[in-house]
Design a protein around this ligand. Structure first.
Ligand code: OFO
Length: 172
């Protein structure tokens, strides 16, 4: 059955939001890189890669359902940060915004009993749950340990060890 137009438009908008997330996280990486915190920078570069994966999962889904995605313009992130905690707080806020957006897509799919799209979005719901926990943990760690130079150094080394793994649901 063809995708409901409203659902497919919402998924198309979600592609743009995921690509914006990728863009946003690159600016976070740039902030930390300029500060000499290469581990934090690494963490956000990888986060950015994951966001591109999310966009590609949605793109594939639309294509598989005979909808050609429309690549909209990506807004310029305009955040500036006063300290090392600020990007972490902005990340949590952004993830909460994305979670709401996924929920809205889910709601639209449920309204037309589009079980296939709901199943796809289940993965995103779970992913958002994990990302909010990660974002909150990074804030907590920074508040607990980040004010001490050695604590900050150790945190940076920990985030340096994050490696990129392609999202399991990703099909080219
Ligand atoms: Fe796309 O994972 Fe969060 O934003």
């Amino acid at each position: 059955m063809a995708l409901d137009t409203h659902v497919s438009e919402m998924l198309n908008t979600q592609i743009n939001k995921e690509l914006y997330s990728a863009y946003l996280y690159l600016t976070f990486a740039d902030y930390y890189d300029a500060r000499g915190l290469k581990g934090f920078a690494n963490w956000y570069v990888i986060q950015s890669q994951e966001e591109v994966d999310h966009a590609r999962i949605l793109r594939r889904y639309l294509l598989d359902n005979e909808v050609t995605p429309k690549m909209e313009a990506i807004a310029q992130p305009d955040l500036t940060f006063s300290d090392d905690l600020a990007p972490l707080k902005a990340a949590l806020e952004h993830e909460q915004f994305i979670t709401r957006s996924i929920e809205e897509c889910y709601g639209a799919a449920r309204e037309v009993l589009d079980l296939r799209t709901m199943k796809l979005l289940d993965w995103f719901v779970e992913e958002q749950g994990e990302e909010e926990v990660n974002a909150q943990d990074m804030i907590t760690n920074m508040e607990l340990f980040g004010t001490d130079p050695m604590g900050l150094y150790n945190l940076d080394r920990e985030y340096q060890s994050r490696a990129y793994t392609q999202q399991t649901t990703l099909v080219m």
